[in-house]
Design a protein around this ligand. Structure first.
Ligand SMILES: Cc1cc2nc3c(=O)[nH]c(=O)nc-3n(C[C@H](O)[C@H](O)[C@H](O)COP(=O)(O)OP(=O)(O)OC[C@H]3O[C@@H](n4cnc5c(N)ncnc54)[C@H](O)[C@@H]3O)c2cc1C
Length: 386
């Protein structure tokens, strides 16, 4: 059995970012690092978007950027100017190829393609079992996520950001490639928070995702029929477009304490570590910020627990999720109201958890609804969902 300094379980967004920053830092040159993933990571299985000011570490693989966005609902439509923020898009395949290309040149980093069946931290070392081998390390970083693990508890509501997206090519020019659609609530809500998310690449190409923030997934047919209906509404009938790619996702939205699963030598990262922003599902940028802190902490042998420390933003997210869990139809009111009554830049700052308490009070008051007060009182008097 070979012993490593570190094992990274999963070569997705968080596992590869961790390996990338380790590869870029001389401290880790002498460390042996093993990355295990069951997949070859050779498919464009997802598209990551995030907002950022200035230059980012992955700008060389950014596929498209926008500095104007649209948010719409039955009572409010607005083009949002985001400067100095830029909304950036990275294709999964470009990210995998770029990082794996770097890792493959490093002698101290080993990548294996195997399915992980189990893992254990005995307090001294971590062992990881695949069908054919057992690996061990001083420390391990785990990005394997199992939705079931959070669905069985009742203390925190669990919504999912779930969607199917079609990357389409149309015969005629219909998209405005200068403007991304964050949330278009003009689609029938059917008692949920449902919206279209549109990433236009050119006048004839866009990724269109029918998205819900709700408790239960839909049959595939329902997402796809909604995308078709949306295309029809903008003048793109059946037979006048091609679907070049499809993507689907289900991202957990919850304030559940993911760090409960951590032990002395086994730390959870990415979605499995609770690095998904509970109120939005955004994970990529947050993961980037956490990983940069994590690699400094590993170096200094510091405590990891502060990485996921609860702060006041955790409570804001909790209240929003409590409200949407009870009144899932309210999303079409809450999200447009946030953008209607506040500067776009301030909302981004708030979602990045970089606002001051006085700025947050103003934002919270802009979406005042009786349901928030009820949710607040429920949390004070009874710490559970039901
Ligand atoms: C389609 C899609 C689009 C998204 N878009 C955005 C976005 O625009 N912006 C944003 O911020 N977030 C987005 N997210 C959310 C989040 O950023 C991604 O899910 C991100 O990939 C999470 O990173 P991760 O490392 O936690 O998990 P993953 O990237 O899923 O990595 C986990 C890895 O573990 C491997 N694995 C799992 N089980 C095993 C096993 N038993 N043995 C071995 N390997 C295993 C998987 O193959 C995978 O490579 C999106 C998610 C999806 C699904």
């Amino acid at each position: 059995m070979k012993h490593y300094d570190y094992i990274i379980l999963g070569a997705g967004a968080s596992g590869l970012q961790l390996a990338y920053y380790m590869a870029m830092d001389d401290f880790y040159n002498e460390k042996s690092i093993l990355i295990i993933d069951k997949s070859k990571k050779n498919k464009n299985d997802r598209t990551w978007c995030f907002w950022e000011t200035g230059q980012g570490d992955f700008d060389n693989i950014v596929y498209k950027t926008w500095d104007t966005a649209f948010i719409g609902s039955s009572y409010y439509n607005r083009a949002l100017h985001m400067q100095p923020y830029v909304y950036k898009m990275i294709r999964g395949i470009d990210f995998y190829n770029y990082i794996l290309g770097i890792l493959n040149t490093r002698k101290n980093i080993t990548l294996v393609q195997e399915e992980i069946l189990s893992y254990n931290d005995n307090g001294n070392i971590v062992t990881v079992n695949t069908a054919s081998k057992t690996y061990e390390a001083d420390r391990a970083f785990n990005s394997l996520f199992n939705m079931e693990s959070i669905l069985t508890q009742k203390k925190f509501p669990v919504l999912q950001q779930h969607f199917i997206g079609w990357y389409v090519k149309t015969e005629t020019a219909v998209f405005n490639p200068e403007r991304v659609t964050f949330m278009d609530f003009s689609v029938p809500q059917k008692g949920n928070t449902r919206f279209m998310y549109v990433l236009p690449i050119s006048p004839t190409e866009a990724l269109i995702e029918y998205t819900l923030f709700s408790e239960h997934l839909l049959p595939n047919k329902e997402y796809e029929e909604a995308i078709e209906a949306y295309l029809k509404r903008i003048g793109i009938g059946t037979g006048t477009f091609k679907i070049l790619e499809k993507e689907r996702g289900s991202i957990p939205m919850t304030c559940y304490d993911f760090q409960k699963a951590d032990s002395k030598n086994l730390i959870h990262i990415g979605t499995a570590g609770g690095w998904t922003k509970a109120s939005t599902g955004f994970t990529f940028k947050n993961t980037n910020e956490k990983i940069k802190k994590l690699i400094q902490r590993i170096k200094k042998e510091e405590d990891f627990s502060k990485l996921g420390k609860k702060n006041r933003f955790w409570y804001y997210d909790l209240l929003l999720l409590d409200v949407l869990y009870k009144r899932n139809d309210l999303g079409a009111y809450i999200f447009p109201s946030l953008f209607k009554r506040n500067r776009t830049q301030m909302i981004f700052k708030f979602l990045e958890e970089k606002t001051t308490p006085s700025q947050e009070i103003k934002i919270l008051f802009s979406v005042t609804h009786w349901e928030f007060i009820k949710a607040f009182l429920r949390r004070i008097f009874k710490q559970s969902v039901s």
